[in-house]
Design a protein around this ligand. Structure first.
Ligand SMILES: NC(=O)C1=CN([C@@H]2O[C@H](COP(=O)(O)OP(=O)(O)OC[C@H]3O[C@@H](n4cnc5c(N)ncnc54)[C@H](OP(=O)(O)O)[C@@H]3O)[C@@H](O)[C@H]2O)C=CC1
Ligand SMILES: CC(=O)[C@@H](O)[C@H](O)COP(=O)(O)O
Ligand SMILES: [Mn+2]
Length: 392
């Protein structure tokens, strides 16, 4: 039995993970569930799975959950953000599923890596912000890092025997082909896309996900973040990672080897597949997903991304090329711009402008330690906020 800490339990990754855990009660025990403030969903999870520990980082929400669970509860409820770093280190926890969205997930993901846990990483923003520090923590902590982002998990599956952090080139890898659905605006004229509403942007054609990542898919910033994520996971430069638009979203990515072989991973677009894979690795187990029917899929299309239509992609390549704190600046400015868009304060078409202006305004410095990264994150949030205000 492996003890699991599920961070971001009330979200989309949380739902998919719980669905896999339900299939295998003999293999996993849920030790910790954590989220920010969603009391009704956390209450359901605690009643169904009876984990020993639940964390809601917002104290008022935690108090509400404690009261709702009542006396004699199986689950102890903690609050505060720093407690996440402690609970992932607990001896009962073998596996940490990092499913918190955004920079809020960095400290707990890093703590799990430092503590040598098996870390199933969905929270790509953590790796984007602090890639070098993160991979150092994985190596020094002796952690097993397995990506559950569908594309990087696909690449990992196409690299048998590989451990994340090793240079993939030493395994004969020439390039990574990172697939992108193209999002809801793949064929939408730029002028219409610029005026898109949050609900239009969140209507992803293939995946049901949280609103922040859905907007990122619509701008293609999600793909940009995944370029940076792949670079750190597989030890490759940006020019060895090519984005390929594949609207069917059944080829989840490909690895090109030096002999000209391309290995791909295919599956229905269902996050239970990478999550079940990573939980069982190096074995296999049922995920609950329906196997892909190739006769239903019938055809697979691939095309290059239109970089003028989706400027966020080039901004991400630029930040990766600059290095240092540039990716932390990119990520923070994007989080501010997406939040402003979702709150109706920024036009969809201005998300890329805010990120670009923030990169222009803030010089990148070497990302020597966590304090430097967090300082860049904070400075980028201030600049991006004023960029949003200047467009209101
Ligand atoms: N959804 C998907 O299919 C995929 C997601 N990912 C990545 O996984 C991560 C999660 O995405 P997704 O599940 O879609 O997002 P959701 O918005 O559905 O869920 C976010 C989760 O994070 C929690 N959370 C948010 N802020 C905080 C905070 N400050 N402290 C603690 N918990 C917090 C939320 O808690 P609460 O509900 O209480 O606010 C919720 O449990 C993202 O990094 C995303 O890029 C990667 C690949 C696929
Ligand atoms: C499910 C998953 O991994 C998401 O990151 C997904 O990739 C979003 O799709 P696109 O960003 O390709 O539209
Ligand atoms: Mn993805």
């Amino acid at each position: 039995m492996r003890g699991v800490a599920l961070l971001g339990a009330t979200g989309s990754i949380g739902d998919s993970t719980l669905s896999v855990l339900e299939l295998h009660p003999d293999r996993y025990r849920l030790e910790v569930v954590a989220a920010r403030r969603n009391v009704p969903r956390m209450l359901e999870i605690c009643r169904q799975f009876r984990p020993p520990l639940a964390v809601l980082t917002e104290p008022a929400a935690a108090a509400e959950l404690r009261a709702a669970l009542g006396a004699g509860q199986a689950t102890r409820v903690l609050d505060g953000h720093q407690v996440l770093e402690q609970v992932v280190r607990a001896a009962e926890v073998d596996v940490v599923v990092a499913g918190i969205v955004g920079a809020a997930g960095l400290a707990s993901s890093l703590a799990a890596a430092q503590a040598g846990k098996t870390l199933l990483l969905a929270n790509k923003e953590a790796l984007v912000m602090a890639g070098a520090l993160f991979m150092d923590a994985v190596r020094q902590g002796g952690a097993t890092l397995i990506p559950i982002d569908s594309e990087t998990n696909a690449m990992f599956q196409c690299l048998p025997g590989y451990r994340c952090g090793e240079p993939a080139a030493e395994r004969g890898v020439r390039r990574l082909l990172l697939t992108a659905s193209g999002g809801p605006f793949l064929r939408t004229p730029v002028a219409d896309m610029a005026r898109a509403t949050p609900d239009q942007a969140c209507a992803h054609p293939r995946w049901v996900m949280g609103r922040k990542i859905s907007v990122d898919s619509a701008t293609l910033m999600n793909k940009g973040l995944e370029v940076i994520e792949s670079a750190w996971l597989f030890g490759l430069p940006g020019n060895a990672i090519e984005v390929v638009v594949h609207p069917q979203s059944v080829v989840h990515s490909l690895v090109e080897y030096c002999d000209g072989s391309l290995l791909a991973q295919l599956a229905s677009p269902d996050m239970r597949v990478p999550i079940a894979h990573a939980l069982a690795w190096p074995e296999r187990q049922a995920s609950g997903a329906t196997a892909l029917n190739l006769f239903d899929v019938a055809r697979l299309d691939f095309e290059p991304p239109d970089r003028a239509h989706f400027p966020c992609l080039d901004l991400a390549y630029r930040a990766l090329g600059t290095g240092g704190t540039a990716c932390a600046i990119l990520n923070a400015a994007n989080e501010i711009a997406v939040q402003a868009f979702l709150e109706g304060q920024l036009a969809f078409g201005s998300i890329a402008e805010v990120v670009g202006a923030s990169l222009d305004a803030l010089p990148a410095v070497p990302a020597e330690n966590l304090e430097t990264v967090l300082a860049a994150d904070a400075a980028a949030r201030r600049i991006a906020t004023s960029q949003v205000q200047s467009r209101c």
